[in-house]
Design a protein around this ligand. Structure first.
Ligand code: COA
Length: 325
């Protein structure tokens, strides 16, 4: 039976030019390259210049994704920007990117699920496209976490970086089977009881300030491994697939140890895992589209292959999606 699918037409990314290495970090806070690499796998991260706001990064990623898709901006009728670091409290960063792209049709809005934002945004866009409510979507993950870090807190500031990634999805008729190209299944979850384990201590509606990121690292680590394996289990149950069927596992890039532990639990071998955390750090909602764009551009991910994505973030929020490229 035919079924509308959200087919991935292209992807792109943008990283700010400035790189902050672990050695640079050690000049700012009491840390070492050895500690950071051993606990997280991170060696460097990119930091946005003063004039590079989240919408600037997101726009560049969106333009690259449109070029990769061979599509014009005026073919897009839905823009979702996953971000926890919007340019302004309002209007949405997505509407600013919409204007910069010269798009005056359809709708653009931001979505807030922190590090799970890209998975939530992809799941949302998929619902619009497969219901016929939109024809082509830009799904963007863009972040400037360097602006909400406490640069005196060594337990958090070494972990994050800035960047943006984007994908173009278009509604296409499929057969309704797992052989179809496009988004095959999505699963998203949240549990607000865990707010204080990973949060920003300010906001327009509370402190009237932006606030800084606070985290209980050990607690987040513990929940991440359990929740990520759980959400992927739902993906496997929904499709009858196993880890052995996955061509590319593209997890949220928070910590190499979480990535390795999750891949092990799921029976996915290391040579099928895309890793960028060593060079990008944790770029929150941008990390998955950045990794997708890299592995797509260098030819690792090929048309027709099965790509599994997953993420977990503040809230807690977590989710996964399976895409046939
Ligand atoms: N450099 C050097 N030492 C550091 C440090 C740093 N940057 N950060 C913390 N330490 C110290 C701590 O003060 C502590 O010292 P103590 O034993 O004298 O008290 C020691 O290292 C161990 O700290 P701990 O927090 O137990 O380390 P850990 O093994 O849990 O690793 C994280 C810390 C943050 C790397 C780890 O918990 C983690 O990755 N958590 C998940 C975070 C995450 O992914 N968040 C985003 C999710 S979207």
């Amino acid at each position: 039976m035919s079924k509308l699918r959200s087919v991935l037409r292209g992807c792109g990314s943008y990283l700010p030019a400035q790189i902050l290495t672990n050695a640079d970090m050690a000049k700012k806070v009491d840390t070492t390259d050895e500690w950071i690499v051993q606990r997280t796998g991170i060696r460097q991260r990119h930091i946005a210049a003063d004039d590079e706001t989240t919408s600037v990064l997101g726009l560049k990623a969106a333009e690259a994704a449109l070029a990769d898709a061979g599509m014009r901006a005026d073919e897009i009728d839905l823009i979702i920007v996953a971000t926890a670091t919007p340019d302004h409290t309002f209007p949405a960063t997505a509407t600013q990117i919409q204007a910069e792209l010269g798009i005056t049709q359809g709708a653009a809005f931001d979505l807030q699920a922190v590090c799970s934002g890209f998975v939530f945004a992809l799941a949302t866009a998929d619902k619009f496209l497969t219901s016929g409510a939109a024809k082509a979507a830009l799904v963007i993950g863009a972040e400037t976490f360097s602006r909400i870090l406490d640069w005196e807190d060594r337990t958090t500031c070494v972990l994050f970086g800035d960047g943006a990634g984007a994908v173009v999805l278009a509604a296409e008729e499929g057969e309704g089977t797992l052989a179809d190209r496009g988004v095959l299944t999505t699963h998203i979850r949240s549990d607000g009881r865990h707010k204080t384990k990973l949060y920003v201590d300010g906001g327009a509606g509370s402190t009237k300030t932006v606030g800084l990121l606070r985290m209980e690292g050990k607690e987040v680590f513990r929940h991440a491994v359990v929740n990520l394996a759980d959400t992927v289990r739902h993906t496997f149950e929904a499709t009858g697939l196993t880890g052995a069927d996955i061509d590319w596992f593209v997890p949220h890039q928070a910590n190499r140890r979480i990535i390795d532990a999750t891949a092990d639990k799921l029976g996915i071998s290391q040579d099928h895992v895309v890793v960028t955390v060593d060079r990008h750090g944790n770029t929150s909602a941008a990390s998955i589209p950045l990794a997708l764009a890299e592995a797509h551009a260098d030819g690792r991910i090929k048309r027709g292959q099965l790509v599994l994505i997953e993420a977990m973030g503040g809230g807690f929020t977590w989710g996964s999606a399976l895409i046939r490229w």
